[in-house]
Design a protein around this ligand. Structure first.
Ligand SMILES: Cc1ncc(COP(=O)(O)O)c(C=O)c1O
Length: 397
């Protein structure tokens, strides 16, 4: 498609002075929610909000346990801390190695360093955008103490493959499954977070279940749960989730499955629409009997299809049009000193992801078909104006 400068003002992206396609901007998250308001008000009225311990954290622990196969649940202050606790619970420490994808949440890499171990980085799959289990064998050494697997941006990792490879080793290698981005998702018929020996969840401010901050560790292993309790209980809980956070989360847990279904239906519709849009390729899922969650809807961006417009300028233009589209994670091997990790192979796809991934924040997926149409309209309007967007940016430098 040619990138001819547009003459009609209505055909200009908002970044060039046109009217935003979504003048109202992205939907709020968390939005106003009568069920959360009522729950918090009742905790204010009965005084439970101000207690160290009370009914809400106990109930949340039970709810998370029930939805994750009756396992041990330790609520904590963030998903980032949950990962540190998972590593400590598995006794990962100095001299050990932990395998993870080179394209992953930065905190996971940092946590491996925090406990004194060395991250071993493997490549991602080119179409799923997530850890590729076929690289695990080459990464495993005598020092491997754990494998961290994150399900990112609506893509899922084949957990049956990961667990099979991990359990084939002598001794078996524990797997930590990071389900921070997809609570309630299903992977090969099981709930995300329950495939691993330890799973983690996040209740951070932008997440599908949100208390502003918060997280949880889930495990079926009593010794791991006990070690985490000993580490966190120091006369007081060192990494607590409060009663007030728990009371706000409980109504969200009740409708998580329904919201996940609605988000998945929108994600599928968006995939259909994007089949006719060049230069934006959604993360693909090849794991049978799976229903990913959509904290972010991940896309691979091809600048060639947009006349050379950079990924970051494209995302900026989409945001100006009222759509919450951002660059993905920085890849870990490109942002840390090489002395800090051991790379496996060339990490080509993770290098590519660093430059190409875009993520669409989830609230738009609850809005309905019109919002998805607006997404595509904004993309095409930016494409029509790619040349002028670039030259404007150059003249400002
Ligand atoms: C994959 C993944 N793991 C862990 C976390 C950490 O969660 P938190 O923000 O609660 O620390 C995040 C946060 O975005 C994440 O995306």
């Amino acid at each position: 498609m040619p990138n001819t400068p547009a003459r009609d003002r209505d055909d200009l992206p908002a970044l060039l002075g046109g009217s935003p396609i979504r003048p109202q901007g992205p939907p709020d998250w968390p939005g106003s929610d009568p069920a959360v308001t009522a729950a918090v008000q009742s905790a204010l009225a009965d005084g439970s909000w101000g207690k160290y311990h009370g009914p809400h954290t106990s109930k949340l622990t039970d709810v998370v346990a029930q939805t994750h196969g009756g396992c041990h649940v330790m609520l904590c202050s963030s998903g980032t801390v949950a990962m540190e606790l998972a590593l400590r619970g598995l006794r990962v420490g100095p001299g050990d190695e932990v395998i993870l994808a080179a394209y992953d949440f930065r905190g996971n890499f940092q946590n491996v360093l925090t406990v004194g171990a060395t991250p071993v980085l493997i490549d991602i799959h080119p179409t799923s955008g997530n850890l590729d289990p076929s690289h695990l064998a080459a990464a495993i050494s005598k020092r491997t103490k754990a494998i961290i697997v994150s399900h990112l941006h609506g893509g899922v990792v084949s957990m049956p493959d990961v667990v099979r490879i991990a359990r084939q080793q002598t001794p078996p290698i524990p797997v930590i499954e990071d389900a921070a981005q997809m609570p309630g998702a299903t992977i090969a018929g099981k709930t995300a977070g329950t495939w691993g020996d330890v799973g983690i969840l996040s209740f951070g401010g932008s997440k599908l279940l949100s208390a502003g901050r918060g997280g949880a560790v889930i495990t079926s292993l009593a010794d791991v749960a006990q070690r985490i309790k000993l580490y966190t209980q120091r006369g007081n809980d060192a990494y607590p989730l409060s009663e007030l956070q728990a009371v706000a989360l409980l109504p969200q847990c009740e409708r998580l499955a329904e919201f996940n279904r609605r988000r998945a239906a929108s994600a599928n519709r968006l995939r259909e629409l994007l089949a006719n849009v060049s230069g934006l390729r959604p993360f693909e899922n090849a794991v049978a009997n799976s229903q990913p969650g959509y904290y972010k809807f991940g896309l691979q961006y091809d600048p060639v299809a947009f006349g050379g417009l950079s990924r970051d300028l494209f995302a900026e233009a989409m945001r100006a049009d009222g759509i919450a589209l951002d660059a993905g994670f920085r890849s870990l091997h490109l942002t840390h000193a090489s002395s800090r990790f051991r790379p496996i192979g060339t990490l080509t796809h993770a290098t590519d992801a660093d430059a190409r991934v875009l993520t669409l924040h989830h609230p738009i997926l609850l809005e309905g078909p019109e919002a998805l149409r607006q997404f595509v309209d904004a993309v095409e309007r930016i494409r029509r104006n790619a040349t002028i967007l670039q030259s404007n940016r150059k003249s400002k430098i």
